[in-house]
Design a protein around this ligand. Structure first.
Ligand SMILES: Cc1cc2nc3c(=O)[nH]c(=O)nc-3n(C[C@H](O)[C@H](O)[C@H](O)COP(=O)(O)OP(=O)(O)OC[C@H]3O[C@@H](n4cnc5c(N)ncnc54)[C@H](O)[C@@H]3O)c2cc1C
Length: 515
């Protein structure tokens, strides 16, 4: 596609590269000897660096007391707030909207995802969805692959022998599935989690690593060489055994759940849910945790009896005071992949052959049909078709997201590659939406699940460390909900002065829930 043709397609860029960083428009360094300032500027990386270097920030006296402060309004923070219904809580979210990585947008009433895609029947998240009146629908379709100009349905099942590769490569795929199924991932969890997945895939045809270089970044933020062999083996077994038939979702991806949580809670608890409130410091002392945040250009401190940090650990490490050194280092070791999410809106049907379509070897990894689970409902006649493209970048490419023009050029590249996949894809969308997140997805790297996470997520006396990155082995919304559920029980014990809170947290963190 020529650049001029691309110019006719409206490309909307949203989100922020520094979105996960507590400095965007909020961290207010106090120059020595100067009074507390409350002027909020745009993103400033020089301030970011000052935070890293331990600059001190405005911490006015507390003007409000609450039992529970919840910091971060993604799936974890919103579900925690839901579990704390009837209690005295305050939820602080830095963005102007709630949802975090599970946030839906709409085009003329048609919802689509800007991140988290699907859930699993009866997971913690699915159970919560049911409780708030959302019935997630089955995906009912194993994933196809589109490569070498060929669409192959049911990649890891009936499609395996039809993949568009040489006979030797197809035989290698077959051997890979046979060998993987022989592995006992649970028994060998620690050993598998200590090495990269390429230690396994490297023994087979390169097309296998190429395939996982699409699936891995999309599902757990890491290319095969950076992926822990543990999650690689677990997910390969899950696909080969056809267990992906438990997947469920509605349009909007898991953003439909955060959207509904907000809808359900806002009328009753709106005053407790502050968007546009960036927490800059969390300081525990004997009786309270002092949480300082910037909201509507004011610096405010709330004194909470307990605090639940639902922010990703690279943020948490920067804002919580008094972290043991080993724990802070564990938080800082965690890695997060940059993800531009691209939604293409077509004004006519373009593709209805598969829900999640793997396209190895491109600058996007897969694309999803946004309304897949409702497409056959009686009377459903969508005006538009929305395809959601996942395109995780390498960490070294994060800066691509800084400039709008670079983002637009990237979206154009994704469109061009998509149009080249199959002849029927040679249509232009009427609009492209690109939602950028600089530190979107915790990367499932070796050691993170069995070792690093356990150190990073240990609670302090009055602080619980939630967020899906306290769980695993990959970043999952259901883990965010599960951990928040445990946080609610933990908080009850701490608030009541009862023993056992630390043990309860430890049990929840170490539970292996995905087999
Ligand atoms: C592209 C992509 C695809 C995914 N696909 C799936 C999937 O198919 N299925 C699945 O289960 N999971 C998926 N995930 C993972 C899932 O989205 C996450 O596990 C989940 O959304 C994390 O929720 P959370 O609340 O733990 O964290 P987050 O979503 O990271 O929420 C943290 C919140 O804290 C806020 N915050 C940060 N700093 C501050 C501060 N200083 N003060 C106040 N607020 C702050 C952030 O703005 C954010 O809203 C995907 C993730 C991505 C990025």
């Amino acid at each position: 596609m020529s650049p001029s043709r691309r110019d006719f397609i409206k490309i909307v860029v949203a989100g922020s590269v520094a979105a996960g960083c507590p400095v965007d428009k909020a961290l207010l360094p106090i120059p020595e000897g100067k009074p507390v300032g409350a002027k909020v500027e745009g993103e400033q990386f020089s301030i970011c660096h000052q935070v890293r270097e331990g600059h001190s920030f405005a911490k006015p006296d507390a003007t409000r007391k609450v039992d529970i402060a919840i910091i971060g309004g993604g799936v974890a923070g919103l579900s925690a707030a839901y579990f704390f219904r009837g209690k005295d809580w305050l939820l602080l979210e830095k963005d102007e909207h709630f949802g975090g990585n599970a946030y839906q947008e709409e085009y003329e009433g048609q919802a689509f995802s800007t991140g988290s895609a699907y859930d699993f029947r009866n997971s913690y998240c699915d159970q919560l969805a049911k409780e708030i009146g959302l019935h997630l629908l089955p995906i009912d379709m194993p994933d196809p692959t589109i490569d070498n100009g060929v669409y192959t349905p049911d990649t890891w099942g009936s499609g395996l022998l039809n993949l568009p590769y040489s006979k030797a490569t197809v035989a290698s795929f077959k051997k890979f599935t046979e060998d993987i199924l022989k592995m006992d991932a649970r028994k060998n969890m620690t050993e598998l989690d200590s090495k990269p997945f390429t230690d396994i895939t490297g023994a087979y045809a390169p097309e296998i690593t190429k395939w996982w270089d699409a699936y891995g970044p999309s599902n757990w933020g890491a290319f095969t060489a950076d992926t822990t062999a543990f999650i690689g083996v677990v997910d390969a077994q899950y696909l080969i055994r056809g267990e992906d038939n438990t997947r469920v979702i509605l349009p909007g991806g898991l953003g439909c759940v955060t959207h509904k949580l907000v809808e359900v809670m806002k009328p009753k608890y709106g005053e407790r849910m502050l968007a546009g409130a960036t927490v800059v410091s969390v300081v525990p002392d004997k009786d309270f945790v002092r949480v300082t945040y910037v909201h509507e250009e004011k610096v405010i401190t709330v004194a909470a009896k307990v605090a639940l940090l639902c922010t990703p650990k690279f943020v948490t490490a920067r804002i919580v005071a008094g972290l043991p050194n080993e724990q802070k280092q564990a938080m800082q070791r965690m890695r997060y992949a940059p993800v531009p999410m691209i939604n293409m809106i077509f004004d006519r049907p373009i593709y209805r052959k598969g829900y999640d379509n793997w396209c190895p070897g491109n600058s996007f990894t897969d694309f999803i049909v946004a309304d897949w689970t409702i497409r056959n409902q009686p009377g459903y006649k969508p005006k538009y078709e929305v395809l959601t493209f996942y395109s995780t970048l390498r960490e070294s490419e994060r800066s691509l997201l800084l400039g709008e023009d670079d983002c637009k050029a990237f979206a154009g590249k994704v469109l061009k590659e998509f149009q080249g996949l199959l002849p029927e894809f040679n249509l232009d969308p009427i609009e492209i939406r690109l939602y950028r997140r600089g530190h979107a997805m915790m990367m499932a790297v070796p050691g993170q699940y069995t070792k690093n996470r356990m150190i990073a997520s240990r609670p302090m006396d009055r602080i619980f460390f939630g967020n899906s990155d306290s769980g695993g082995p990959e970043s999952l919304s259901t883990e965010a909900v599960r951990i928040s559920n445990a946080a609610a029980e933990w908080a009850e014990l701490v608030l009541a002065g009862k023993p056992g809170a630390a043990e309860l947290a430890q049990k929840a963190l170490s539970a292996v829930t995905f087999f």
